[in-house]
Design a protein around this ligand. Structure first.
Ligand code: 3PG
Ligand code: MG
Length: 400
């Protein structure tokens, strides 16, 4: 057991038993030239294979279930699991995968009737869906009320590594947080600022902090409703490090991802350079879209010296080649760091993958929101549910 949560071994003899496995196969999709939907990145599928294979090797009949996207409680061909099922069939032939759970309103509504439908004919339940275990949805929290249950291998490893960061990280412990939305990261920033030696902040969210300090941020992204929360965080003991320079886009120019059509060249209109580096203050109309070279140097130094580093969220809009250098540099610094390195969040993970650096990282998490919530609260609804399962003995709940 990990912290009172039963593991696969705690399910008893599985020979001939039916086991329902919640996985998180909410994977990025792409379209082929013929317009067919295909799995663009199978990282989350491969990550669940050890659990699925273990169950099969112990004689269980496995039925996997997952959500894909946000289809709003009704069937929608855009979120059909066909391509995911095909990929799973290639990786672990014969594994049954139910239809997209979110085609039913009962999934997100955590409807008891839907839970009963899901567990019909099942003898045991396994949660290996770390990435969605911060959601109290039917398939995540329902089955352990009725069935002997366990955390799968992926779930167990994610929890062990991430909670290990809170318990006893090798020091110095550096945290690097980016991404666009400051409101999604404030909770975890507060929790980690108390534990980490240095917290580096980059990405779109950094501009709300810079504005809170009184800097001009031009037309950069800002969340005015969270200025005060950022100011408060900046007042607490000072281990927060903000960018000292930014790479910005000229007034009126567009990011490549904002172009209207595929043939439209980004930023070809207007005079003068489209991209410039500024210090702490950005002129009116200019939009900071990546960290600048001085910031890269400072952040990379902190990462190089760290005993433990956690990274979540890109440093800029790296989909646009002109604003990819900050995120790339952080990925490279993480790969070179000799300490324990942990990366979470879809964008940071895909940046690593683009650079082929995943193998150089100690732990690449399959969770974005889930990893942040686990680090903020030290627990998740999906784990709490497993602790209440009939096979989780109360005395073992204390062994954390
Ligand atoms: C994710 O990709 O973040 C998880 O699968 C959860 O998906 P959700 O954010 O749509 O609930
Ligand atoms: Mg998400």
């Amino acid at each position: 057991m990990i912290r009172g949560v039963p593991l696969l071994e705690d399910l008893g003899d599985l020979e001939g038993k039916n086991v329902l496995v919640r996985v998180d196969f909410n994977v990025p999709m792409a379209k082929t030239a013929d317009g067919d939907r295909v799995v663009a990145d199978d990282f989350r599928i491969r990550a669940a294979l050890p659990t699925l294979a273990w169950l099969r090797d112990h004689g269980a009949q496995v039925t996997a279930c997952t959500h894909l996207g946000r289809p709003k409680g009704k069937p929608d061909p855009a979120f059909d699991l066909g391509p995911v099922r095909d990929r799973l069939e290639e990786l672990l032939p014969g594994t049954k995968l139910l239809e997209n759970l979110r085609f039913s309103p009962g999934e997100e509504g955590n409807d008891p009737e839907f839970v009963l439908e899901l567990i019909e004919g099942q003898d045991a339940y396994v949660n290996d869906a770390f990435g969605v275990s911060h959601r109290a949805h039917a398939s995540v929290v329902g089955p352990p009320k009725y069935l002997p249950s366990a955390a799968g291998r992926l779930m167990a490893r994610e929890v062990e590594v991430l909670l290990g960061l809170l318990d006893a990280p090798a020091r110095p412990f550096a945290v690097i947080v980016g991404g666009a939305k400051v409101k999604d990261k404030l909770g975890v920033l507060k929790s980690l600022a108390a534990r980490a030696d240095t917290v580096l902040v980059g990405g779109g969210m950094a501009f709300t902090f810079l504005q809170a300090l009184g800097h001009s941020i031009g037309a950069s992204l800002v969340d005015p409703t969270h200025l005060e929360a950022c100011a408060e965080l900046l007042r607490s003991p000072g281990n927060l490090m903000l960018p000292v320079d930014s790479k910005a886009l000229a007034p009126g120019r567009k990011l490549s991802i904002e172009s209207q059509s595929d043939d439209e060249e980004p930023s070809v209109t207007g005079d003068g350079p489209a991209v410039e580096v500024f210090g702490l203050d950005i002129p009116e109309g200019w939009r900071g879209v990546d960290i600048g070279p001085n910031t890269i140097e400072r952040f990379a130094e902190v990462i190089a010296a760290a005993g433990t580093v956690l990274w979540n969220g890109p440093m800029g809009v790296f989909e646009d080649e002109r604003f990819a250098s900050g995120t790339k540099a952080i990925a490279e610094a993480m790969a070179l760091c000799s300490g324990t390195t942990v990366v979470g969040g879809g964008d940071s993970v895909s940046a690593l993958a683009q650079l082929g650096l995943e193998d150089k990282i100690s732990h690449v998490s399959t969770g974005g929101g889930a990893s942040l919530e686990l680090l903020e609260f030290g627990d998740l609804p999906g784990l709490q549910a497993l602790r209440e399962a009939p096979n989780a003995r109360p005395e073992s709940r204390e062994d954390s």
